[in-house]
Structure formats: structure tokens, C-alpha cells
Design a protein around this ligand. Structure first.
Ligand code: BGC
Length: 854
């Protein structure tokens, strides 16, 4: 096969081959009849499959965000989601889903924390591999991203992550290596950021050691290395380092420049051929490679694909079940949960996120959902008719005002409600006008060809007496005038950076108070914006016009909500993040909720002893009141079925079976890596191996809730741990994911309800003078057990749990001595233990275990 492909490639001229190495558009790869290559289409990932945007108004299935998938600790759930994504891909004509994202949650403030699975490499690797299997078994390529150590957003297109070689191998490369070994993803995305591992310091797409020597060399990777979008900044350096495909296209730094570089001898033509062969392999894998066809000849038919029916109840049920299972019951004093619907008469649903749930994180992962079920809708559908449900915001949690109500705006000639845009060319010659009834001109990019400036004009009418706030958010070069006076301006003209680093949809805003007396006020607004050129992402302007009318203060809304809580049988308070907080493009400044939310929770819990607090966030937020509320659920960014899933949990129809895939710190000062702001372009991974819970363990801090914690509906006794084999011999050079010892853990469900337990095994290495985490997750499995039942769970611990990366020999070697395996319910609730004696034996590792542990 490959010989035949090689012959076809050899018959192409250099220009034709190089043309294939840059995308044909934002999402599609080029076709080449002479190779039998049909267009291969990519789409984001990883909260669903967004599609290419070619079908106006196209929607899709919106899954719980990846950190929720992490909380299931269940590869079967991740694999099922992979299958669901594959069906979505088939519906939307997508061949490559840009997921999973397997960077690690190194700092809880990271903007894309919600998009990653866990702070632990093994949990990430195991779930990531399952997701890849689900996708690829259905013939859709996964794209493992973002290789590697792109764990935060601040300055993401420029920073270098400085990481020692051992940490890189044992922590940040580990999930990539594991997933490659266990599931063989057909593509990998190279990150915007760079790595300095002490041997080579380079942007990722130019990193020869990591791309060419490690990924493609040592790990024999045969798939396609795709650039992150608009990340490629060089020609020969990236081509030689191992990047195969520049995305998006058709422009970019390869093309004619790469042809020249080959002609000048800077890049070997064989390097180009190898990339083309990899693209053919990808196309073959996703059913997009046929026999060649001649110009003018009809394209040979592609192999048939399942055409799934449009998304429906079965898919919704999968998403609902995933979100419910992922929910973590952090605390349940007095067994308040689950609620008995028959005994309830009234429920007060309170909180900014109760009114406006945050269902998915922002940025490239965004999916317009086919439907959404809010918390209120879910509860209304689930509660019996006799139960009254009232809803109260209890103060806003947004820092920004909402978009202006278009009925307050009128075009300057007063002919219509709305905002009028005038399009001008570089000489100021008008090219056309348009009126839109919205204050949200974010990311708007459809204007007449040749448009250089967009001038938005409107007359704003403010009628209610009191103080109104007008708020303007623009990006690029712009000027905002109110009644002829400049109130806001900007000079930024680095287009692609606006898209990638601050997210143009989240521009800094400027607030302008306007006081209105008994007479309405009319204000003339002009927003004069230069069009921003953002390379492959197109040309756009961002202009936001927001407005906050006078209204009840947060304190007044809180008072009203507290009164409602007091009147009801139960208060359910939903607090959390929103699109202003959790998104790709920026990191959070801190982990706090807004002060109003903290105040709201405290006030409601003080007034109503039956208060359930639900946290609607993908990444940690501080809960200084956690010990003051009886029941506490973490509901994640739950995706489209949010309301049904929460109702299932609250009413006990589903178990909140999740376990934290990261640590919830008690205090800001306990966070091992509180931010990742580059200093002189460097993000220094001085925390080394001690990511997440390992950092808390090293510092001896007590988290609010530890890694792995989650109560579920029942109680467990851990009865016994046994070694399934007492002697294991393995080659030191075994691939990632190779099995070490297997344990049988017997446990009993001692509670009143059936439940699902995640049996967790942590390894503690011997104190041999080499740095080590206090303990590291070394295996886990899920078991479902009826009330009163006993089960035996088999947990396999990978060989790597007993190895270290040896910088001297650049290889893995056994860490000899006595390792302790500790088995339990979380990283801080360990019930059983079993020692493993590790020795070496002529290049191999020998593990000896007692038959039973303690
Ligand atoms: C993100 C990737 C994403 C790509 C395409 C980039 O900005 O980092 O995760 O797949 O855009 O949308």
C-alpha cells in the first residue's frame, strides 16, 4: 500500500505536494485527484462537534465540558461520548474532530481548565484514550491537542514552558504517550506555546526534539501533526521539526516559501514526501482516499458511511446520564439529599446561575446547542404538580452590563430601531450601509469587499429616572463618541493576536454613567472602527454596546431571595461562573466567585436549614462558606441537558457518582500554582512533578475537598486488597500503559442505596533521595454495587508507576525499593495498603507483592 502511495507521490511535482501541506480553507484540507485524495474536513471539539459553519444556523449536541467527563472517572462513559461525537461528525461531514484536549490542569486559573480532563496525567490519559477509541472505531479521526505543555492562556502564542526533562516525561508528555500507545490517535495538534526542556528551547511547531525525535522517532508516531490554528510562524524550521500540516489555509508561511526552501536545500524533499504520505494515511483512515482520478473525470465514489438520524432522545439521554454521573456530591450533612418529591410543597430556586446557567465553556470549543434544558426547566419538568417552584436571581454575577435592548436605539435618521453601520474604504468613500437591531456587533465580519472602516451610529433613549450605565467594548483601532465627546478609544492592530490571546469577543469594556431625571435623555453614539485583519480567521470588527438601567441593587435582590428561601421547604442555590469568567483566550485573575454570590449563599443558608448549593463551574472556585451549607453539589458546565441532569440528582433518580478530577483548594494562598503569567516570555514549571493534589500533599495543606473526593448516595467499607499475581517481570523499555501488577479490591456497600464507587489506588515511592510526589494516582476502576452488596474490583497499576525518567540515560528505569500502594476513596481517604518490592534483573523490572495487603 505504502509503496503504491509513494509511487503516486513521487510522480507529483514539488509545488503540487507542498500545496497539500496547508489547509484549503478554515477547516478543509486540500484534495488531490492524482493521489485519490478527497478533502478531509476538521472541526472543533471537545464539547461536541461544531461543524464548519457552512450551514447557517447549524446546531449540534452539546456534551458536558471535559472536566465533567474527567469527574466520571469512567473510560466507558468517555468512550460512549467518543461514539456520540463520531455520529455528530458523520452528520456534519466532519472527518477529524479536534479533541480530546489533554493538557493538564496545572493552575486552576487556566482559562481552558474546563476543556481539560484532570490535573492528573493517568486519569487524563485513560479517559483521553477511551474518547479516542470511541471516535476512531467509528472511522472519525481524533486530534490529540495541544502537544505539549500549553496548560494556560496568558501570552499563549509566545510563552515557553520551561520544564525539566523528567517532569516533562512523567507529567506533561505522559497522557500523550499513554493515549498514543493505547488508542493511536490519527492526528496530533502542535500548540501555540513553546517548550524549553533544558535541551532545546523552541516554539512547539519548531521543536525538533519533541516533534521529530520524541513523537515521531521514539514513539514511532505515524499520524499527522497539525498546527494549532494560525500558530505556524516559520517555514523551514517548522517543516524540518516535524509539523505536517499548516492550518488554516489557504495562506500561511509554507506554500511558495516552502517550495523555495526545498529548492535552496533547507528542507529535504523527502521531508515533504513524508508529510504527504501521512496526509494520505489520514485520508485512508477516515475513508477519504480512493483510486486516483483524472482531470475532468468524475470522482470515484467514497466508501459508504453510516448516516445517523438527526440528534434525538437517545442522544439526549446519553448526555443527561453523563452530566448526572459527573455531578459530585461534595457534602450532604443530615442526608438532606436526595429530596423526596412526595414530601415537598415548595422549592425556591435561587442564584444568578439558576436564572442563567452556564452550560459550556467559551472559545473554540463552543457549540450552538440543538436544545438546552435550563435548571428551572429541568426542575419544573421533574417536580410533581403539587410542588411550587419560584425562581430568584439574588443579584447579578456579571461584571458587564447586558447588551442594550434594541428598542432603546434608533438609527441616526430615526427611520428604524437599531444601530446603523456605514462601510467605508481606505479613502473614506462610503461602500454601503446596514441597520441591525442589536448591541452585539461582536466578531462581525460580513461587510462589502474593500471595507476598511465601519462607523456605527445610533441614538440612545434612556427614559427611567436614575443612573444608567452605558458600556462599550471594542477591539483593534477604534474611537467611541457620545454626543460628540470621545469616551473610549483603542490602538491595537495585531489582528490574529486579538483572536487568539484576548479573545476578541471579550474586549475590555469602558463604562459611562448617565443620570436621567424626570425627562428622558437622548444621546448620539458613534463607534468608529478599523477592520481588523486576522489572517486565516478573516477580517472583523468587534463592537459591543451594553446598558444597565437603574434597578434593584444586589442587596435588594438578595433580601428578596432570602425571604423566598425562608418561605419554601427547600432552597436550591446555583452559583458559578459564566462566559465572562471561563473561556479560552484568557486566564482568570483569581478563584473567587463574585462577592454577591458568596453573600447570597451565606444569607440563604442562614435563613433556610434545608439549603442545597449547586456549583455550576468547570474549574475550581473558592467556597469560603462550604462548611456552612448542608448539601453541596458540583454540577460542572453540564451541557445541553443541564436541567434534567440536576433534577435527576436532586430527586434521587440518578446518583451523583462523580469524583473530583482536580483539587478544590480551601484558600487562595494554598493553591500550588496560583497563576501562569509568563515572566520574560517564560512560564517556569518550578512545581516540577508536584502538580495539583501532589502540590497540596507536599505543602501539607488541607484542601476544601481533595482530589478524588465524591460522596455518592451510599457508604463503603474497604474490606481487603489482594495481589492477583505476586510476581511481575517487565522490560524497562515497555511502552506507556504497559501493565504492572493487578489488584483485587473487595469492598462492601454499607449504605441504604445502590451506588457506584471509584476505587482509587495511589502509589508512594520509596524515599530514595530522588524527588517524588508524596503519592500519585496509579490506578482506578468503577464498580456498581447494590445496597448491602459486596464486590471485588480489579485494578491494574501500570508499570510506569514504579519507574522514573532517567535524564542521564534518557530512558525509563525501575525505581528500586519498597513502594506502597494505598487504596481508597480519594487522595486523602485511604483505607487499605499493599507494599510492592521493586528490584531489577538484567534490564528488566521485577515487582514482588504479598498475596494480601493490610
Ligand atoms: C485552539 C484549538 C482549536 C483551534 C481551531 C485554536 O485557537 O487552540 O484548540 O482546535 O483554535 O478552532
Amino acid at each position: 500500500m505504502t509503496d503504491r502511495w509513494a509511487a503516486l507521490v513521487a510522480a507529483l511535482d514539488l509545488e503540487s505536494k507542498v500545496r497539500l501541506l496547508t489547509g484549503a480553507s478554515l477547516w478543509a484540507l486540500p484534495a488531490e485527484p492524482r493521489l485519490g485524495l478527497h478533502p478531509v474536513v476538521a472541526s472543533d471539539g471537545p464539547q461536541g462537534v461544531r461543524g464548519t459553519g457552512e450551514v447557517p444556523g447549524q446546531t449540534g449536541l452539546l456534551a458536558p465540558a471535559p472536566s465533567a467527563v474527567g469527574a466520571t472517572w469512567d473510560p466507558a462513559v468517555a468512550e460512549r461520548l467518543g461514539r456520540l461525537f463520531a455520529a455528530e461528525a458523520h452528520r456534519k461531514g466532519v472527518d477529524v474532530v479536534l479533541a480530546p484536549a489533554v493538557n493538564l490542569q496545572r493552575t486552576p486559573v487556566a482559562g481552558r481548565h474546563f476543556e481539560y480532563l484532570s490535573e492528573d496525567p493517568l486519569l487524563t490519559g485513560t479517559l483521553g484514550a477511551a474518547l479516542v477509541r470511541g471516535l476512531q472505531e467509528a472511522g472519525v479521526a481524533a486530534c490529540l491537542k495541544h502537544f505539549v505543555a500549553n496548560d494556560s492562556e496568558t501570552g499563549r502564542t509566545r510563552y515557553r514552558a520551561r520544564i525539566d526533562a523528567r517532569t516533562l516525561r512523567e507529567v506533561y508528555l505522559a497522557p500523550f504517550e499513554q493515549i498514543l500507545a493505547q488508542a493511536g490517535p490519527w492526528s496530533v495538534m502542535g500548540a501555540y506555546s513553546g517548550v524549553d526542556d533544558g535541551i532545546e528551547s523552541a516554539p512547539m511547531l519548531e521543536h525538533r526534539r519533541l516533534l521529530r525525535d520524541v513523537l515521531k522517532g521514539e514513539w514511532s508516531y505515524d499520524g499527522v501533526v497539525i498546527s494549532d490554528w494560525a500558530a505556524t510562524r516559520s517555514t523551514a524550521a517548522s517543516a524540518n521539526a516535524g509539523l505536517d500540516l499548516v492550518m488554516p489555509g489557504p495562506d500561511g508561511p509554507w506554500g511558495a516559501r516552502l517550495v523555495d526552501a526545498v529548492r535552496r536545500g533547507e528542507v529535504d524533499e523527502a521531508v515533504v514526501d513524508d508529510k504527504v504520505l501521512r496526509l494520505m494515511r489520514l485520508a485512508a483512515r477516515v475513508g477519504r482516499l480512493t483510486r486516483p482520478w483524472a482531470p475532468g473525470e468524475e470522482r470515484p465514489p467514497l466508501p459508504g458511511r453510516p448516516v445517523p438520524p438527526p440528534p434525538g432522545e437517545e442522544d439526549f439521554a446519553v448526555l443527561r446520564d453523563t452530566a448526572a454521573r459527573a455531578t459530585v456530591l461534595l457534602r450532604n450533612e443530615g442526608g438532606l439529599l436526595p429530596l423526596d418529591a412526595r414530601r415537598l410543597t415548595s422549592v425556591a430556586l435561587i442564584g444568578p446561575n439558576a436564572v442563567q446557567p452556564y452550560l459550556q465553556g467559551g472559545g473554540s470549543a463552543y457549540v450552538p446547542a440543538v436544545r438546552t434544558v435550563t435548571f428551572e426547566e429541568g426542575l419544573r419538568a421533574a417536580l410533581p404538580g403539587h410542588v411550587g417552584l419560584t425562581v430568584h436571581r439574588g443579584g447579578s454575577s456579571r461584571r458587564r452590563a447586558p447588551f442594550i435592548d434594541p428598542s432603546r436605539t434608533s438609527s441616526p435618521d430615526l427611520a428604524a430601531a437599531g444601530v446603523r453601520a456605514e462601510y467605508l474604504d481606505a479613502a473614506g468613500v462610503p461602500l454601503g450601509t446596514e441597520v441591525r437591531r442589536t448591541g452585539d456587533w461582536g466578531g462581525f465580519g460580513s461587510f462589502p469587499p474593500g471595507t476598511h472602516r465601519v462607523v456605527l451610529r445610533t441614538r440612545i433613549t434612556l427614559a427611567e429616572p436614575g443612573t444608567h450605565l452605558l458600556e462599550f467594548g471594542c477591539s483593534g483601532r477604534f474611537r467611541v463618541e457620545l454626543d460628540g465627546e470621545t469616551v473610549h478609544s483603542g490602538q491595537h492592530d495585531r489582528g490574529v493576536e486579538l483572536i487568539l490571546e484576548s479573545s476578541h469577543s471579550h474586549p475590555e469594556t469602558h463604562r459611562h454613567p448617565v443620570s436621567v431625571g424626570t425627562e428622558p435623555r437622548h444621546l448620539d453614539l458613534t463607534m468608529d472602527l478599523c477592520v481588523v485583519d486576522a489572517d486565516g480567521y478573516g477580517r472583523f470588527v468587534t463592537a459591543q454596546l451594553r446598558h444597565l438601567p437603574p434597578g434593584p441593587s444586589a442587596a435588594e435582590e438578595i433580601t428578596e431571595a432570602v425571604a423566598a428561601a425562608r418561605r419554601a421547604d427547600v432552597a436550591v442555590v446555583v452559583v458559578g461562573t459564566n462566559e465572562e469568567t471561563e473561556s479560552e483566550g484568557w486566564d482568570r485573575p483569581d478563584l473567587r466567585l463574585t462577592p454577591q454570590q458568596d453573600e447570597l449563599v451565606r444569607a440563604v443558608a442562614a435563613a433556610q436549614p434545608r439549603t442545597v448549593v449547586v456549583v455550576n463551574a468547570g474549574a475550581p472556585v473558592l467556597l469560603p462558606w462550604a462548611a456552612e451549607v448542608p448539601s453541596l453539589l458540583w454540577a460542572w458546565l453540564p451541557g445541553q441537558e443541564a436541567g434534567h441532569a440536576l433534577a435527576d440528582v436532586l430527586l434521587g433518580r440518578a446518583e451523583p457518582a462523580g469524583r473530583l478530577p482536580w483539587t478544590l483548594p480551601a484558600r487562595a494562598e494554598d493553591v500550588p500554582v496560583p497563576d501562569a503569567v509568563p515572566v520574560d516570555g517564560i512560564v517556569d514549571y518550578t512545581d516540577g512533578l508536584h502538580i495539583g493534589y501532589r502540590g497540596h500533599d507536599r505543602a501539607g495543606t488541607t484542601p476544601a475537598f481533595p482530589f478524588g473526593h465524591g460522596l455518592g448516595w451510599t457508604r463503603w467499607s474497604y474490606d481487603r486488597a489482594e495481589a492477583l499475581r505476586t510476581l511481575v517481570r517487565a522490560d524497562d523499555a515497555s511502552p506507556a500503559g504497559a501493565d504492572g501488577p493487578a489488584l483485587a479490591v473487595t469492598l462492601t456497600n454499607t449504605g441504604p442505596r445502590a451506588g457506584r464507587e471509584v476505587v482509587q489506588v495511589y502509589a508512594e515511592a520509596p524515599d530514595d533521595g530522588i524527588d517524588r510526589p508524596v503519592r500519585a494516582l496509579a490506578g482506578f476502576t468503577c464498580v456498581s454495587v447494590p445496597a448491602g452488596g459486596t464486590a471485588t474490583a480489579a485494578v491494574t497499576v501500570p508499570l510506569r508507576a514504579f519507574q522514573v525518567w532517567d535524564e542521564q540515560t534518557a530512558g525509563w528505569r525501575a525505581r528500586t525499593g519498597r513502594h506502597r500502594l494505598r487504596i481508597g476513596r480519594s487522595s486523602r481517604d485511604l483505607r487499605l495498603e499493599l507494599d510492592v518490592e521493586v528490584t531489577t534483573d538484567g534490564g528488566g523490572t521485577v515487582l514482588r507483592l504479598p498475596a494480601t495487603g493490610r
